[in-house]
Design a protein around this ligand. Structure first.
Ligand code: SF4
Length: 253
C-alpha cells in the first residue's frame, strides 16, 4: 500500500508536472497528505529509501562482538572506511579481548594513530577490554545497561551493539540519524536531543524494521542528505520531506 502511494506521489511529481511550480505544489500536497499520520509517513519513507538503497547494513567490518565493539568505539568522529583500513592490523596484534586487556594504551596507539583522537581511543579500548575481563568474564555483554558500564561505551555505541550484533530492538542516533530524521519530519520539532529522537523513532518505526531504518537513515545521510548542500533535486524521498517541502513552498510564495 505504501509503495503504491509513494510511486503515485513520485510519478505525479516527476512525470505529470509541466512546470517547476506545479511540481512543487504537488509535492507540498503529497507531504500534507502524510502529515496527518506520522507513522504512515515514516512507513512511506522507509519503503522509498529501501528501494533506493538495497540491503542497508553497517559498513564496519568485523567477525565477532569484540571486533564490532572495538570498531564502533573507533568510528566516533571518524569514517567507517578509515576504521576498516585500521582494524585488520589491530586485530592481528590483539586478536581477543584478553589480549587487548593485557596491552597498554601506548602499545595500542601505533595501530590507530591515523584515527581521530587516537590517544583517548587507545585508552578507552584498553579500559573497555579490562572491564569485559573483570566484570563480564571475558564475554562482551548483551544488554544496554551492561554495555554502558564499560569505559568508552555510551548509549549510541551500546545501541549499535544491540541492533547490529545482538539483534535486539534499538535505535542508535548518530549525527546522520539526527539530521535526516529531523529534516524529513520523522520526529517532531520538539525532539532536540539524541535520546528524544531515539524514543520518537522507537515509537514510529515497527520493531522488525528498526535495524533497516537505522542503516537507511545513515546511508541516506552520507550519500544524499548531507549536512551541507543536501542533494534534494535527486533525492528519492523529496516528495515526503518536510525540509524540502517548506523550501519549495517558500519559493512559490
Ligand atoms: S529532500 Fe533534501 S533535505 Fe529532504 S531528505 Fe532529501 S536530501 Fe534530505
Amino acid at each position: 500500500m505504501h509503495s503504491e502511494w509513494v510511486l503515485n506521489a513520485w510519478q505525479t511529481s516527476n512525470t505529470d508536472a509541466t512546470t517547476y511550480v506545479d511540481s512543487q505544489k504537488t509535492i507540498s500536497a503529497s507531504y500534507r497528505n502524510l502529515k496527518v499520520n506520522i507513522k504512515e509517513r515514516t512507513a512511506a519513507v522507509i519503503e522509498a529509501l529501501s528501494d533506493a538503497i538495497p540491503n542497508p547494513t553497517t559498513e564496519l567490518q568485523y567477525h565477532s562482538a569484540y571486533e564490532l565493539l572495538v570498531a564502533v568505539i573507533l568510528s566516533a568522529q571518524c569514517t567507517d572506511k578509515r576504521v576498516n583500513m585500521t582494524t585488520p592490523a589491530l586485530f592481528e596484534a590483539f586478536p581477543t579481548v584478553g589480549a587487548l586487556a593485557a596491552a597498554s594504551p601506548e602499545e595500542v596507539l601505533p595501530y590507530i594513530s591515523s584515527i581521530s583522537y587516537p590517544n583517548s581511543k587507545a585508552k578507552y579500548l584498553v579500559d573497555m577490554a579490562n572491564g569485559v575481563m573483570t566484570h563480564f568474564n571475558g564475554q562482551i555483554p548483551s544488554t544496554r545497561e551492561e554495555l554502558m558500564q564499560l569505559p568508552g561505551v555510551g548509549r549510541k555505541t551500546a545501541n549499535v551493539m544491540l541492533i547490529v550484533y545482538f539483534n535486539e530492538p534499538a535505535m542508535p542516533v548518530d549525527t546522520h540519524v539526527m539530521r535526516v530524521s529531523r529534516r524529513i519530519g520523522l520526529v517532531s520539532e520538539s525532539c532536540k536531543t539524541t535520546e528524544a529522537i531515539e524514543k520518537a523513532l522507537l515509537r514510529h518505526v515497527p520493531k522488525e524494521k528498526l535495524s533497516t531504518t537505522h542503516h537507511l537513515l545513515i546511508l541516506h545521510g552520507r550519500r544524499t542528505c548531507t549536512a551541507r548542500n543536501p542533494k534534494c533535486s535527486t533525492c528519492p524521498i523529496s516528495n515526503l520531506c518536510k525540509y524540502h517541502t517548506h523550501n519549495a513552498a517558500k519559493k512559490i510564495n
